[in-house]
Write a protein that binds this ligand. Sequence first.
Ligand SMILES: NC(=O)c1ccc[n+]([C@@H]2O[C@H](COP(=O)([O-])OP(=O)(O)OC[C@H]3O[C@@H](n4cnc5c(N)ncnc54)[C@H](OP(=O)(O)O)[C@@H]3O)[C@@H](O)[C@H]2O)c1
Length: 204
Amino acid sequence: MRIAVFGTGEVGSAVAGKLKAIGHDVVFGSRHPRDPQDGIAVLSHEDAARHGEWIVNALHGEDALAVFPELPMAGKLLVDIGNFQSAIDGPVTQTLGETLQRALPQTRVVKALNFVSAQLMGEPQRLEGTHTVFVAGNDANAREEVIRLLESFGWKDVLDLGDLTACRAMEQLAPMWIRLNQKLGHVYFNLAVVRAPEGGDHGN
Ligand SMILES: NC(=O)c1ccc[n+]([C@@H]2O[C@H](COP(=O)([O-])OP(=O)(O)OC[C@H]3O[C@@H](n4cnc5c(N)ncnc54)[C@H](OP(=O)(O)O)[C@@H]3O)[C@@H](O)[C@H]2O)c1
């Protein structure tokens, strides 16, 4: 699949590298088009948007809202990994996932991976045991497609949280990631949602 990853930083590099490794036709979208990075073409935002059937947002939320509404995004699926920088030390008063979807009504926005450390996004097996990644989006088919992509990354527990109102919970996790990172002193951690099997006694 043709995929454009916006952002050449920690998350962008990790996700684009994984996508390339599993055979996708991936490019970066950057403010600074230049020679390839890790063998991946670094295009302008405009050229990258034209290339991608799927777009990955690996920008900070404030930057994503400035960038994507200016681009040809109609008909594409946007995987939004971002958080607002303001969410790190303040309450989430609007969510990035919902705001992007409102700004891009002809794009299918799917929120995913925004709590997962960049180093684990494409390599979940670096942590022992089963741990969880959340997905949300208004279009059920788009959620399914992203779930399949995450499974191809090696994720075993992908939890579909439904429509984009789930971003109100998912994006509140940004300060928790920062706090855990400070406490543990590294990035090799994630959440695992331990739960009863479906149809079990849920105690209600
Ligand atoms: N790091 C993590 O482990 C992690 C985990 C989960 C979610 N996230 C989220 O993922 C997003 C990216 O995080 P990151 O750690 O990869 O950040 P980062 O390393 O700072 O990379 C962000 C990229 O955004 C682009 N950028 C910077 N300023 C910009 C501007 N003013 N306008 C447009 N583009 C700009 C830059 O790419 P160019 O110079 O090529 O344009 C930069 O490399 C954030 O929303 C973060 O909350 C991060």
